[in-house]
Design a protein around this ligand. Structure first.
Ligand SMILES: *Cc1c(COP(=O)(O)O)cnc(C)c1O
Length: 494
């Protein structure tokens, strides 16, 4: 405490506040006048009914303690900005900063969905341009940007199929789904009121056209297929599959989550797909999962266009309007017009690459997956011996014989500083290791990752118990994952 400030204890106040008297050199006993700054009583500002007097046992901490707590926790997290995120089927690619810059432009960040169309022309133009790009990429005829996720897009897409078949006076009961499908596919079909029938994959990991032919009867509304499928295998007979369905009056739905292997190279619209969704937060580099809201646009062929959710963009003269006059539309599937900020980011990604750049990204994604496959296939059992597309899928067969499984290998990867791959999916592969590097990883990062997995394979040969007890370097080691999922405790205290 400096010379000029004398600490005095005045009348002991209730909370024993210390008051300070500043002694001014020229003027003995100078008393600092009350500071003339505005202040707000938070309780009064919040208003009656919005405050509580007491919460039993609530922890009392200061703002700085809370900030430090959460900042510290955030540094314990793993993110795409820290390293490779090889979750197969999830396409966890880098989110380029140019997307963020575009989304923060005032005209993109500030529009309100209730502002008049005349003041939203720029935002509407962005959406129309994105729809046009997605049509060009997929080879489809029309797009809705409303759905907020891939699963949501699936649901919207199957509702379109249902509305179409009903309009033909031909409602049907069943949806066929290959056994390699993502769990959202059967969930979607079930939610839309259909019975789900599984189609076994053949020995090459593809839809078995013989089995399909027998399964498609007059009750089948559609097949939901993922292409490339979740084994990273391109469905070679996809055009035949479409024909088998169409000949029986059924439609082909494509789960487009794996479009990272096709953009600029092959168009679903050309191989017979009637309706599909895209995951902008996968293929088109917008933030994924905890990084932000998703977006699952649905693209359709002409026959399904009348059923697309309302409203839709309509060009009238030189202006955009929202068209609500769509008598056959299945209705809205989401408030307003989709996650606009995500749409801006996806369009920024598309435009920053251009057609050639998008194709190059696809080729690099496939190259990266095959590079990892080549480096790893001497150490891990490849699941299906077909060319890999955007991802490569191994089984843990070799390691199982030594007592370790895909879960143990994944946990040990954390010690090497990597986020694990997708574990135990697809279900038809025993102990799957599903690895998708994406095009955004450098050769150096791919090599470090492959080195880590090879090293783990060697560790399993030498000391399997050590691997089974991993992770060794994390703040918590084994956690009760089942308990956390089935009986989550989301309150601080009961
Ligand atoms: C990610 C994914 C989905 C679901 O997409 P969300 O955007 O997570 O709802 C569906 N199918 C496949 C094959 C996927 O990889």
């Amino acid at each position: 405490m400096s010379e000029g400030i004398k600490k005095v204890r005045q009348q002991p106040s209730q909370n024993e506040d210390l008051l300070f008297e500043i002694s001014s050199p020229g003027k003995a006993g100078y008393q600092l006048p009350p500071l003339d700054v505005p202040s707000v009583d938070p309780r009064a500002a919040l208003g009656a009914g919005n405050t509580r007097d007491a919460i039993d046992d609530f922890p009392e901490v200061s703002e700085v303690d809370v900030i430090r707590h959460f900042t510290r926790l955030s540094t314990w997290n793993y993110a795409i900005d820290l390293g490779l995120y090889p979750l197969g089927s999830c396409t966890m690619k880098y989110n380029p900063r140019i997307n963020e810059a575009a989304a923060r432009v005032e005209g993109m960040a500030w529009p309100h969905p209730y502002q008049p169309d005349s003041l939203s022309q720029g935002a509407m133009e962005v959406m129309a341009e994105l729809e046009r790009c997605l049509n060009a990429i997929t080879g489809m005829d029309a797009v809705t940007l409303q759905p907020a996720a891939g699963a949501h897009g699936e649901f919207a897409g199957i509702l379109l199929i249902r509305a179409y078949l009903e309009s033909k006076g031909n409602p049907r009961k069943k949806i066929l789904i290959p056994d390699s499908a993502h769990g959202t596919n059967p969930a979607t079909a079930h939610m839309a009121g259909y019975q789900v029938e599984n189609i076994a994959s053949n020995s090459r990991g593809m839809v078995d056209t013989e089995i399909l032919m027998k399964a498609v009867d007059d009750d089948v509304a559609a097949l939901m297929v993922t292409n490339p499928n979740t084994l990273g295998v391109f469905e070679e007979h996809i055009a035949d599959v479409a024909k088998i369905l169409h000949d029986k009056g059924a439609l082909l739905y494509m789960d487009g989550a794996n479009m990272n292997a096709l953009v600029g190279v092959s168009r679903p619209g050309d191989f017979g797909v009637d309706v599909m969704h895209l995951n902008l937060h996968k293929t088109f580099s917008t933030p994924h999962g905890g990084g932000g809201p998703g977006s699952g646009p649905v693209a359709v062929k002409k026959i399904l266009e009348p059923f697309l959710p309302a409203p839709r963009l309509k060009r009238v003269g030189d202006k955009w309007e929202w068209n609500y006059n769509l008598p056959d539309a299945v209705g809205r599937v989401r408030a307003f017009y989709g996650n606009f900020g995500v749409l801006v980011r996806a369009l920024a990604y598309i435009m920053a690459h251009g057609g050639d750049g998008l194709k190059r990204a696809t080729l690099d994604a496939v190259l990266n997956a095959n590079y990892l496959r080549k480096r790893l296939e001497k150490h891990y059992q490849i699941a299906y011996n077909e060319p890999s597309m955007h991802e490569c899928v191994f089984s843990d067969d070799i390691q199982k014989k030594l007592g370790a499984d895909t879960g143990n290998i994944a946990k040990r990867l954390i010690d090497y500083g990597f986020h694990p791959y997708t574990v135990s999916f697809p279900l038809i592969v025993h102990g799957a290791l599903m690895i998708e590097p994406t095009e955004t990883e450098s050769k150096r990062e791919l090599d470090l990752f492959a080195d880590a997995l090879i090293s783990i394979a060697e560790e399993i040969e030498e000391n399997v118990e050590f691997v089974k007890q991993s992770p060794h370097s994390t703040r918590t080691s084994k956690v009760d994952e089942v308990g956390a999922a089935r009986k989550p405790v989301v309150r601080w205290k009961r």
